[in-house]
Design a protein around this ligand. Structure first.
Ligand code: B12
Length: 216
């Protein structure tokens, strides 16, 4: 089966909230040797964003969005494992990552983590709905090089600014490099709040993280 057909099927499984079919197409793509990153970025992610647009236009409702998010999660777990199998062993740095307080969106963060792992960046995932205080505590505890925050809501993006402000207030801003991501974030937002980097997708997150670690 061609790569294009598998990618088109992946999009369709998200739009139809068909979890069994999503897992099946993810497995087949792995068997066929299609790059799992492509399956995620050109396939499943395209489907979930389209669902988000339909939700925004009132064409689908929250229960359907939840169903397609669950479908996406099931496929993502499999593909993330396949990405991790390609992991490198040389450790280049430690990153603490979290979805900010009040925000439960974590699918994209999961993809970012898998890709960072393949590049030798040890990622400590604090999960979702995590306060700035807890993120800072963890970063200090593990002596992190990088702090990454994900925000998918325009309301929760403010926590990314809060993190910058709090690091400055505690006089520890220079201890860490900060990276931000999530659909509403932009380079402009990163510049405005003083984050060290913004990445629009997982591949760019890897490039920027390596740059910040001085590895590129
Ligand atoms: C799936 C989804 C959900 C799922 C989340 C499931 C989960 N476990 O994640 C569920 C159904 C639970 C959900 C709930 C809600 N959602 Co929602 N959701 C989405 C949807 C459709 C897709 C998000 C997603 O997974 N995208 C796919 C991934 C791969 O992309 P990504 O997240 O952008 O991640 C990539 C990059 O951004 C980047 N990245 C991400 N994080 C990071 C971090 C770092 C450090 C870096 C460097 C890079 C990076 O790399 C990733 C991989 O390439 C979006 C639509 C959209 N366009 O984003 C709406 C959306 C974000 N949701 C929205 C809303 C309104 C809600 C609810 C408030 C709905 C409600 N009425 O209850 C709740 C909020 C709950 C909460 N408190 O958080 C709105 C937000 C609008 C706004 N202006 O703020 C959106 C935009 C939909 C819309 N068009 O209205 N949602």
């Amino acid at each position: 089966m061609s790569r294009e057909t598998l990618i088109a099927e992946a999009i369709e499984t998200i739009l139809t909230c068909n979890q069994d079919a999503a897992v099946d197409v993810a497995k087949r793509s792995i068997d066929e040797g299609v790059d799992p990153v492509d399956m995620l970025s050109e396939g499943f992610s395209v489907g979930i964003r389209e669902m988000g647009e339909k939700f925004g236009r009132g064409e689908v409702f929250l229960p359907q969005l939840i169903l397609s998010a669950n479908t996406m999660k099931a496929a993502t777990e499999l593909l993330n494992e396949a990405i991790n199998d390609k992991g490198s062993v040389v450790k280049k740095g430690i990153m603490v990552i979290a979805t900010v307080e009040g925000d439960v969106h974590d699918i994209g963060k999961g993809i970012v983590i898998s890709l960072l792992n393949t590049q030798g960046i040890e990622v400590i995932d604090m999960g979702r709905d995590v306060s700035v205080e807890k993120i800072i505590e963890k970063a200090l505890e593990v002596n992190a090089d990088l702090i990454g925050t994900s925000a998918l809501l325009t309301t929760t993006m403010m926590s990314q600014k809060k993190l910058e402000d709090e690091l400055k207030a505690r006089n520890i801003r220079s201890k860490f490099k900060t990276m931000i991501g999530g659909a509403p974030c932009t380079q402009r937002w990163a510049d405005k709040i003083g984050a060290d980097a913004y990445a629009e997708d997982a591949a760019q997150a890897v490039t920027k993280a390596l740059e910040l670690l001085g590895r590129n």
